[in-house]
Design a protein around this ligand. Structure first.
Ligand SMILES: [Zn+2]
Length: 378
């Protein structure tokens, strides 16, 4: 019933996807994100759901969707923002080539919006009450680290038994049960400027100081253990004939568990505190913005349920881990069994040329979400 309903609705689903993809919604484009929110709000209200809008001043508004008077136990998290600037959709609008749909944010994560809506419709249509067991958050700021939606997600997770995050599924039915934690740090060094020819000895080179520290930071890398430290952006100095009074390095760190996160923060602080060029000062700012998502016994149970749902649909679902962070970390760290990659199948998120969602398996992955919700509600 669920499958036949979704197969019948495929072209309707693609129409809605086209509308969403052709609406720009970069994280800092509040107007655009709010238009996407309004489209979703109308669609969910039309299916009888209650939609609460959480207004934000600078970033887009967030939506919370529930059946009226319900006490849901499953949290579903989807984000409305994309990494693409305003005007992108006009330049390269939604298009379909063969079984693939292209366009800005098509895979990350607009196909997932349509998926969640139609999974819910399919449940309702097939007479299942399980749709009352879901609480959906559409947030507006995932691509910039979820600064304003994090408290909302944490609060919604408090009384939940499961969390399903609808970032895209990987080819061949891969869902994500482990994700690395992500942190961003800024290392700022202050030295003293001096004329490089006249009296260089009076200067204190901030670039020399930061160079020592960058080398030490890079040495923290341990790829085999799943730990990475990337000094990805460096700037400093004022001119080639001046001893540089300032230098800044931006650092991205990834780790697989809490222990590594704590250890890494300690090591970085130690490096920052060292002094190689006497008279310079260094400040390290930043934090682990997304904790690592670790696989627990409960997660394994949840994966089993998803696999059972997959079996009924002729899909073989397997688990994998990802180096990228997502909102899944916020519920996993609260000990809520969390699986990510529950969205439609697609690849190459954030790519201007390659990002696609697979239309052939779009109804199937939607059915997988619906059946998983049904099984978890029994
Ligand atoms: Zn995403």
């Amino acid at each position: 019933m669920i499958e036949t309903y979704l197969d019948r609705k495929k072209s309707e689903m693609i129409d809605l996807l086209e509308l969403l993809v052709n609406t720009d919604s970069g994280s800092y484009d509040k107007e655009g994100v709010d238009i996407v929110g309004t489209i979703l709000k109308e669609n969910f209200e039309n299916t009888g759901m209650h939609v609460k809008v959480h207004r934000e001043k600078k970033l887009g508004n967030h939506l919370e969707v529930k059946a009226p008077g319900s006490d849901p136990k499953i949290l579903i998290i989807a984000h409305m923002d994309t990494v693409f600037p305003k005007g992108e959709a006009k330049e390269r609008p939604f298009k379909v080539i063969g079984d693939k749909a292209f366009g800005p944010g098509v895979n990350d994560e607009k196909a997932s919006h349509v998926q969640v809506l139609y999974a819910l419709k399919a449940l309702k249509e097939s007479g299942s009450e399980a749709y009352k067991n879901i609480h959906v958050i559409f947030n507006s700021d995932e691509e910039v680290g979820s600064p304003t939606s994090k408290p909302l997600i944490k609060h919604a997770a408090e009384d939940k038994q499961y969390s399903l995050v609808v970032e895209c599924a990987r080819p061949n039915g891969g869902v994500v049960t482990e994700r690395k934690g992500v942190g961003n740090f800024l290392l700022t060094v202050k030295g003293k400027s001096a004329h490089a020819g006249v009296e260089p000895e009076r200067g204190r080179s901030a670039i020399e100081e930061i160079s020592h520290k960058i080398l030490k930071l890079q040495k923290l890398n341990n790829y085999e253990e799943g730990l990475s430290v990337n000094v990805g952006l460096v700037s400093g100095g004022t001119s080639s004939n001046t001893v540089p009074p300032n230098a800044v390095a931006e650092i991205d760190v990834r780790m697989k568990d809490e222990e590594q996160a704590g250890e890494l923060t300690k090591e970085m602080t130690k490096i920052a505190q060292g002094e190689y060029v006497l008279g310079t000062t260094t400040e390290l700012r930043g934090s682990i913005s997304r904790p690592p998502m670790e696989k627990t016994e409960q997660t394994k149970q949840l994966v089993k349920v998803i696999q059972e749902a997959g079996d009924e649909l002729g899909m073989s679902i397997h688990e994998l881990s990802s180096g990228g962070g997502s909102d899944a970390a916020f519920t996993a760290v609260e000990d809520i069994p969390t699986v990510d990659g529950m969205g439609p199948m697609g690849e190459f998120s954030h790519s201007e040329t390659d990002e696609y969602t697979d239309l052939e398996t779009f109804p199937q992955h939607t059915a997988l979400l619906a059946k998983t919700i049904e099984k978890l509600s029994k």
